[in-house]
Design a protein around this ligand. Structure first.
Ligand code: CO
Length: 140
C-alpha cells in the first residue's frame, strides 16, 4: 500500500460555532466551508492548514459537531468528551490498502470501502492503530 499524504485531522466538538471561535478566530485558520452530512450525523467545519486556501489538496482540520446525540459520534462525545477523533490518510487504491492491512493482521472497522463525502473511505480500528482511529480515503 502507498500512503500519499495526510488528508485531515478530525476533532469532535460539542458546538461548532464555539470551536470556530478558537480554530478560525484565535488560531486564524481560514474556514473553507461548513457542511452537514446527515448520513454521518455530523456538521463539519473544514479549515485548511497549508499554503493553499482551496481545501482541495491541503491538509485540513475538520471540526465535527454531532447532530444526533444517539449516533455513534454523538455517544463518543458524551462518553469521551471533546478532542481528537481520527486522522485520515489518502491512499491511491483503498481496496488494495484494506487487503494489505488485513493480510498484515491489522484490526479493521471496515473490510470493504464505503462512500464518504469526497471519495471511498474505510476505518482502521483504534485497537489496530495504538489508540487512534485511522481513516483511509481514496479521493474521487
Ligand atoms: Co474523516
Amino acid at each position: 500500500m502507498t500512503i500519499k499524504r495526510l488528508d485531515h485531522i478530525a476533532i469532535v466538538v460539542g458546538n461548532l460555532d464555539a470551536a470556530l471561535g478558537v480554530y478560525r478566530d484565535a488560531l486564524a485558520l481560514p474556514l473553507d466551508h461548513v457542511e452537514t452530512i446527515p448520513e454521518q450525523n455530523v456538521k463539519i467545519g473544514t479549515l485548511p492548514v497549508g499554503d493553499s486556501e482551496t481545501g482541495n489538496n491541503t491538509v485540513c482540520i475538520e471540526l465535527l459537531e454531532p447532530t444526533d446525540p444517539n449516533s455513534g459520534i454523538g455517544r463518543y462525545l458524551a462518553q469521551r468528551g471533546e478532542g481528537l477523533h481520527h486522522i485520515c490518510v489518502e491512499v491511491d487504491d483503498i481496496a488494495a490498502a484494506l487487503a494489505d492491512l488485513k493480510a498484515k493482521g491489522v484490526k479493521l472497522i471496515d473490510e470493504t470501502p464505503r462512500r464518504g463525502a469526497h471519495g471511498k473511505i474505510a476505518f482502521v480500528h483504534p485497537k489496530g492503530a495504538h489508540g487512534v482511529l485511522v481513516e483511509l480515503v481514496q479521493r474521487d
